[in-house]
Ligand binder design. Structure first.
Ligand SMILES: Cc1cc2nc3c(=O)[nH]c(=O)nc-3n(C[C@H](O)[C@H](O)[C@H](O)COP(=O)(O)OP(=O)(O)OC[C@H]3O[C@@H](n4cnc5c(N)ncnc54)[C@H](O)[C@@H]3O)c2cc1C
Length: 382
């Protein structure tokens, strides 16, 4: 249910394993287009490698080392795990080819309206009729991952929404360094974000010297409309044309969805996005792989498993001390060893990496939040 990235990825992984089951994908959308950009640090192979259209060997942040301090640039060489861009149209086309080859059914323009689990099957009510399935994977977005029925990882887990408005711009003069992706630039007005209890930064993805995606990004408890102020510093240097836009909201939470093996939530709805950063592409692939393995072996379909403790602490600090957030990211990039940082971001961290990441961060807020996370797990009063 939902044939976006997560639904299609599971189908592709099932197709790769030649699973002998009838697979039907339902999606409310009428068509596929280049509706989003997917970027990630490339740490693992996946079935969409051929859809990578650009690789950056360097990433950078502009962030302070102290609360309220001046922003400094920190650049990391990620040649061994480059930051890559995948073209959505290619991802969708590749998935649809694979589905067709495997004889799977993809029905577009079908709204799933209700899901009713029975003892040994699931009844799915759609805008075009009723289906019965042995199991369903549900990626329909939900109003909030903290909605009633969700089980926080323990107690009340901290949650933020990452919401953004991105502009694909063309500059008449050469303006961008095509070798460096700017993941976070905190040299922007934080007042609106702070008043909303969160933080703000600009993300810049240069495709070449004249073209880039400039994305105004907020991590706040609530979502609100965004303007185009993020373009001002670029427009001050060169004549810009906005060719198109993208927008999105990604839940940042460690809450677990209310699901079970026969009705498993996947993708953003399944809480697969990394709680402290909102990245999801790679984790969706990993979950898809695990699900396909389980189906191929006739085992119950598992939820996505992550070591969420460090994310929970990080998210808790962002939520409790948003004014300190730019400094936290600044220190993370400046002080954590590059390898440990990349492994933390890509969920391949060892306990030693986790310790090194923690050591890069200022102790007081992190120790306090760690204590709160432990209290939540033990269900003690905070
Ligand atoms: C603009 C944008 C940019 C992003 N960039 C990155 C990035 O660079 N890196 C990264 O790691 N992550 C990124 N993400 C986050 C994440 O990877 C994507 O949101 C990804 O598409 C999530 O996959 P999904 O399957 O959970 O959701 P989707 O891909 O959104 O799929 C959900 C599907 O459910 C369908 N649907 C909804 N309601 C119903 C219904 N009632 N019945 C049937 N179908 C329904 C929708 O039509 C949709 O196709 C981005 C997200 C957005 C929005």
């Amino acid at each position: 249910m939902g044939a976006g990235l997560a639904g299609l990825s599971v189908a592709v992984h099932l197709a790769c394993r030649r699973v002998d089951q009838r697979v039907v994908l339902l999606d409310a959308r009428e068509r596929y287009d280049g509706d989003r950009t997917w970027c990630q640090l490339a740490v693992r192979p996946h079935p969409f490698e051929a859809c990578v259209t650009k690789r950056w060997s360097q990433i950078e942040v502009h962030a302070p080392q102290e609360v309220g301090g001046a922003c400094a640039r920190r650049r990391l060489d990620v040649r061994r795990t480059p930051y890559v861009h995948l073209d959505a149209e290619r991802v969708y086309a590749r998935a649809r080819d694979e589905l067709a080859r495997a004889g799977m059914t993809l029905e577009l323009g079908v709204h799933v309206e209700a899901v009713r689990p029975r003892r040994d099957h699931v009844v799915v009510q759609t805008s075009k009729g009723v289906l019965r399935a042995r199991a369903v994977l549900d990626s329909r977005p939900r109003p909030s991952n903290q909605a009633a029925g969700d089980t926080p990882s323990a107690g009340t887990s901290p949650a933020l929404a990452q919401h953004f408005r991105g502009f694909f711009v063309r500059s008449e003069a050469p303006l961008f360094d095509p070798d460096v992706a700017t993941l976070m630039d905190f040299r922007v007005d934080q007042r609106v974000a702070l008043a909303a209890g969160g933080l703000r930064f600009v993300y810049v993805l240069p495709f070449d010297a004249h073209h880039a995606l400039v994305e105004d990004t907020y991590f706040t408890p609530e979502v609100f409309p965004l303007g185009d102020e993020a373009l001002a510093p670029f427009a001050a240097q060169a004549r810009l044309t906005v060719e198109r836009e993208e927008r999105g909201v990604i839940p940042m939470t460690t809450a677990r969805p209310d699901d079970e093996p026969r009705h498993r939530r996947i993708g953003l709805a399944g809480g697969v996005a990394k709680p402290s950063t909102g990245y999801a592409f790679d984790f969706i692939q990993r979950h898809a792989e695990v699900i396909a393995d389980a189906v191929a072996r006739g085992r119950p379909i598992p939820s996505y498993q992550r070591m969420s403790w460090l994310d929970e602490v990080f998210l808790g600090v962002l939520r409790a001390r948003p004014e300190a957030a730019p400094m936290l990211f600044g220190r993370l990039f400046a002080r954590a060893p590059a390898g440990s940082l990349v492994r933390f971001l890509t969920e391949t961290a060892t306990p030693l990496d986790a310790a090194r990441v923690m050591a890069a961060l200022p102790p007081p807020p992190f120790l306090a939040e760690s204590a709160r996370a432990v209290a939540r797990r033990l269900r003690l009063p905070a």
